[in-house]
Design a protein around this ligand. Sequence first.
Ligand code: HXC
Ligand code: NAP
Length: 281
Amino acid sequence: MLTIDLRGKVILVTGGGTGLGRAMTETFVKCGAQVVICGRRQEVLEKTASEIGPAVHPIPCDVRSYESVEAMMQRIMAQLGRLDAVVNNAAGNFLAASETLSPKGFRAVVDIVLMGTFHTSRWAGAYWIENSLPGHILNIVTTYTETGCAFVLPSAAAKAGVQALTLSLAYEWAPYNIRVNAIAPGPFPTEGAWSRLMPGQDFEKIYLQRLPTKRYGRPEELGALAAFLLSDLAPYLTGAVIPIDGAEHLQGAMFNYLAQVADRETLKAAFAAMRDATHRS
Ligand code: HXC
Ligand code: NAP
């Protein structure tokens, strides 16, 4: 039987107190890892750690500040003695018409998502290289990093930056045995995301109907993918950006709309009629 074994590993999950970060933390712990979770709200981190168990270590840290990240990393070294992987999951996002955005609002998201990812990656990469240790950086991006996305301009810009960081570092640090990958989740209805990004039930109904699988992602599905990527089962996997979205990001392809406007039997009958009309045997 093949199992995902993370025993002996110390993994840092930024934003690990809530939502998808918490779900990944739960999976990593089930696979045997020690997990450090960070975020700005100490009480949220402590509650999560006490609910999951003693393998979870809460350390408050604001990833926007390099000094705060450095202090957290020193604490990890003092308390746990090692760091094997960093999951850059902390993020900010909200819906806004771009012409109404203030510079401070734009910066609020870019500082968490892009600067935060740089801060942890910079510290961990230098540590692994100086000490000749292998390492892994796993960045949580989105499926709109290639296309951009209306009404979430700061997030689209920042996540595209994180994707570029992922691909740049994967190549640059491959000789040091540091892997750098990204997961691009589709819709997972967490409290943090849905309270800021889902305008109401009417919108949700339309959105769900549009999804090719007609369902949202389940946090444990993301947790399993992340655990696999961080494990010793994937040593040759680096520089990858892996969508986990039930194929939602493919809906722009020219004829994919047909699947949304008619049921399969109706489509097959229409295709057969077109074939009869055009095919010469
Ligand atoms: C317009 C907004 C705003 C909003 C804040 N601002 N919310 N502008 N619409 N809804 C503006 C403020 O007016 C202010 O600018 C500036 O942003 C900073 O606001 P603060 O509240 O002081 O910022 P801060 O405390 O740093 O909070 C950051 C935050 C907040 C991003 C705004 O929402 C947050 O803490 N989020 C963390 C959790 C989160 O967002 N989770 C969702 C991730 S889901 P002015 O100029 O007025 O002073 C995700 C999913 C992606 O990323 C894909 C989905 C499918
Ligand atoms: P979430 O629960 O709101 O998670 C965001 C986390 O980031 C929170 O724990 C928050 O904790 C932390 N955070 C925010 N600012 C921080 C800072 N400055 N320093 C440290 N931590 C900070 O949302 P989620 O849905 O689980 O999102 C997790 C990740 O998945 C994000 O990267 C998001 O972009 C990505 N994603 C989610 C979806 C989705 O559908 N849910 C889709 C695509 C991508 P504090 O507020 O306590 O700091």
